[in-house]
Design a protein around this ligand. Structure first.
Ligand code: ADP
Ligand code: ZN
Length: 807
């Protein structure tokens, strides 16, 4: 018998190994296998079982099968293979990254001092002496990786090679221990009633009593009840009255504390009931049914998700409920936790320990847990009988992973839904243009919740024109008079204010405060990035470059300047203006420690904060009835990022942040400050008009053939050397153009290469190239071809399929 094993290395290939006799009964697809690989031993994943090897080459043997049960099955594997193919990422690496980490066993190179004495008159360099001393200090041996860390790379391998050759140091491969192992505990179980003649000690009697009263118990719990009970238990076991057995236990984070209220037994309003009815029909049909649930903020979408999940549970199916990482708060978890039995839910996100993740994974795969709630990676949980996937705030860019395997969980939810014949609900108040486009074309069922619960009004939105605001020094102030006045009123009424600053993205864009003109690329219609040091403006898609000018090309005004202000400055300013108010800040600096953001939200909930200043973080999912005023310090920052989705993102942010206001019984009010009051984004946001925004935006996308009218693949290059890097990148660009014209018959465009907006990160120079086309097949093929021919000259190259981030 043979197996094909996918190994987490940068290669598409899977490797064949023979299975020795004793392992044959345990072999299964989805189990890990410890195998020899070159000089090392590594853990891979069994993806196929074969009775004959493909050719008569001699193959090596599997060394161990560490899993008692498989981590995935053939259906899961088909999904993983799809991912590997689409995102241009080797299957072994996909598996290594998606399956719970820390479970792999690897061999590592260890060094130890050699026995016996070598030549006495050997002349060693200082580097060799140092290495020898380090090794001599560890007679049991030391991993090479540790020496690498402490000694740096300074010709370590050269020195080691010499020391090995002359017989001073021995190196060998040793297996490491996996970081995560199954955890077991011993339980005591009562077997028989105590025969009347039996004499028991006091402690033995107490233990028997406890077991009779409470049923089987972990020995640990008994110990807490009765001191030093261990020997008594052994005695009872010998008498045949109890037995002790080992049970695997699951480590998992409990559902978190209560923040805010969790209402049960809600009676759905008419729109909710209609939406749920449609979803029920989809579930009953048992086919892949993608739906877009478009509901304004506070319209009761979450309630619909929860009832849909309850429906799935009644039908003995499983469900996955995805939320953006930032929205995975105590508030949401207590809402979910109060609905479903604890043991049927697992929470997966990046914050939980690897051991807990591993245990949860196994419980999910066995079908013990049927609802998985989590951030993007929860999509890969091996839920059995998957009937429903909910992607809440589907437009959110945190569903895109921008490192290692670059995937989008929103898109993959649809793929997984298709594989499993499941219903997929994409929910949002501001759907991605792409999702709405598909719904409009009838590819997704369109469900809508047009009004807030109890017909609460949406907040009144005022747009303040910053071009005409001046303070005493004649400068544009951070807070306009209108916003200051609104804060004053809100404080006087004892209500809360949120001040939002969209710090995300690029700050250094140029604009004219007199007419609002901002400099954009004539080819790509995206904002040009200001490089102050070089005195130029650059397009980071096509490399268009222009000198900065002191005069505004539109109004000939002479106050052109660059823009950018941080949350801390806003906080300072607000403190000056309202010295008596209780002010807090919530951004990634203020919430660097675990629990920080929950703490801030809790005090907001208790009414201990009058004004909260924050970034993106405050715009997500939270529900606080005391907030009646929302101020947007500047709406323009995200409009001017070098990205064709600038307008879409701005509309989403403005709508989401406005949605935080007026959730209680008091109507809300929003003040948006901008230098572009005439922009369609501002107008549509003011009118809460998503459909209008879509109608404005779509023709622009079409004219410039951006998604959803095309697909993109980004290639990111980086190199330590600027000249060589640039030359290699230009060569690849030329090759791409040639292939696009010949092989792809002109069906593909090649945009760039251009320097990345963040032109240098950690010492590496960066460039990017965009491939664009209508169909994904030729795009992926071209990208694959380009990836294959590279890797020379220290040039690193990464593919990003359906990119979101162009920085
Ligand atoms: P969304 O997810 O669309 O922002 P939620 O589901 O969070 O909206 O609902 C907003 C608020 O209204 C929540 O406090 C929720 O408990 C409440 N709610 C939802 N549906 C109903 C209903 N049918 N009747 C009364 N209250 C509801
Ligand atoms: Zn351009």
């Amino acid at each position: 018998m043979f197996v094909r094993v996918a190994i987490p290395i940068p290669s598409e290939k899977a490797f064949t190994y023979a299975v020795p006799e004793p392992f044959i009964p345990a072999v299964a697809v989805g189990k890990r296998a410890l195998v020899p690989f070159g000089k090392r031993r590594v853990t891979g994943f069994i993806i196929e079982i074969m009775h004959e090897a493909a050719c008569d080459q001699t193959v090596k043997e599997v060394l161990d099968l560490p899993d008692p049960e498989p981590l995935f099955d053939r259906d899961d594997l088909a999904f993983y293979e799809w991912i590997s193919h689409y995102y241009l990422h080797p299957l072994g690496k996909v598996l290594g990254e998606l399956l719970p980490g820390g479970i792999d066993v690897k061999s590592e190179r260890w060094l130890r001092p050699a026995d016996g004495t070598p030549f006495a008159d050997l002349r060693l360099t200082s580097g060799q002496k140092e290495l020898l001393e380090q090794v001599a200090r560890c007679p049991e041996g030391v991993p090479l990786s540790r020496l690498r860390k402490t000694m740096g790379k300074n010709n370590l391998s050269g020195n080691l090679h010499l020391l090995e050759t002359v017989g001073l140091v021995v190196s060998e491969e040793r297996l490491n221990r996996p970081a995560v192992r199954t955890k077991k505990e011993t339980w005591a179980i009562l077997d028989a009633e105590i025969p009347s003649g039996e004499k028991l000690t006091k402690k033995q009697t107490a233990a028997v009593e406890a077991l009779r009263e409470r049923g089987p118990m972990p020995v640990g719990d008994l110990r807490r009840l009765i001191k030093n009970v261990a020997s008594s238990l052994r005695a009872l076991e010998q008498k045949g009255l109890i037995h002790l057995s080992e049970k695997e236990i699951s480590r998992g984070p409990g559902l978190a504390a209560e923040i805010g209220s969790a209402r049960n037994g809600v009676i759905l309003n008419e729109a909710q009931a209609t939406a749920l009815e449609e979803i029920r029909r989809c579930l009953a049909a048992g086919q892949f049914s993608p739906c877009l649930l478009h509901g304004v903020t506070g319209s009761g979408k979450t309630e619909v998700y929860l009832q849909a999940i309850a429906e799935v549970l009644r039908g003995a199916g499983g469900a996955i409920y995805l939320v953006p990482e930032i929205a995975l708060t105590g508030q949401l978890l207590s809402r979910v936790g109060s609905r479903f039995p604890d043991r049927e839910i697992a929470v997966l996100h990046s914050g939980i320990s690897r051991s807990a993740r591993y245990d949860q994974w196994k419980r999910i795969r066995r079908g013990e847990v049927r609802v998985v709630v989590g951030a993007r990676s929860a999509l890969f949980a091996p839920v059995r009988d998957l009937r429903l996937i909910v992607v809440d705030e589907e437009h959110d860019s945190s569903y895109k992973q921008d490192e290692r395997l670059r995937y989008n969980a929103r898109d993959l939810a649809l793929v997984r839904g298709r594989f499993s014949q499941a219903t997929v609900i994409l929910g949002s108040a501001t759907p991605a243009i792409q999702s709405y486009f598909h719904a409009a074309a009838g590819r997704y069922r369109y469900l809508t919740l047009p009004a807030r619960i109890d017909d609460r009004p949406l907040p009144r939105v005022e747009v303040v024109d910053l071009r005409t605001e001046r303070n005493e020094q004649g400068l544009t102030p951070l807070l306009s008079r209108a916003l200051i006045e609104a804060i004053r009123e809100t404080l006087a009424n004892g209500r809360q204010t949120l001040l939002f600053l969209n710090r995300r993205g690029f700050h250094t864009f140029l604009f004219c405060p007199e007419c609002g003109y901002s400099f954009s690329c004539p080819n790509c219609e995206i904002a040009l990035t200001h490089h102050a040091a070089e005195g130029v403006l650059k397009c980071h898609h096509c490399d268009f470059t222009a000198r900065t000018s002191d005069l505004c090309p539109a109004c000939k005004g002479s106050r052109v300047r660059s823009h950018g202000a941080g949350t801390e400055r806003v906080e300072e300013e607000v403190k000056k203006l309202f010295p008596k108010a209780r002010i807090a800040r919530m951004d990634s600096d203020a919430t660097s420690r675990k629990g920080d953001s929950d703490r801030i939200l809790r005090s907001l909930d208790r009414g201990e904060i009058d004004i909260l200043v924050g970034t993106q973080m405050i715009t997500k999912g939270h529900d606080f009835p005391g907030i009646t005023l929302v101020g947007v310090i500047t709406a323009d920052a995200s409009l001017n990022i070098p990205d064709f989705r600038g307008a879409e993102r701005t509309f989403q942010i403005l709508t989401q942040v406005s949605g935080r206001g007026g959730r209680g019984d008091q109507p809300g009010r929003v003040v948006i400050q901008t230098f572009n009051p005439g922009h369609y984004v501002m107008r549509r946001a003011q009118e809460h008009d998503y459909a209008g925004f879509y109608a404005d935006e779509l023709p622009l996308r079409s004219q410039l053939s951006y998604p959803p009218f095309s697909r993109l693949v980004g290639l990111h290059f980086s190199s330590l050397k600027r000249q060589e890097g640039k030359r290699a990148v230009d060569e690849i660009g030329a090759r791409a153009r040639k292939l696009a014209a010949t092989v792809a018959e002109g069906k593909l465009d090649v945009i760039g290469p251009a320097e990345s907006p963040l032109a240098r990160i950690r010492g590496r120079y960066r460039w990017q190239l965009l491939l664009r086309g209508k169909e994904s097949r030729p795009l992926l093929l071209l990208a694959q071809t380009l990836l294959k021919g590279t890797g020379r000259d220290g040039l690193e190259i990464l593919a990003d399929v359906d990119p979101i981030n162009f920085m």
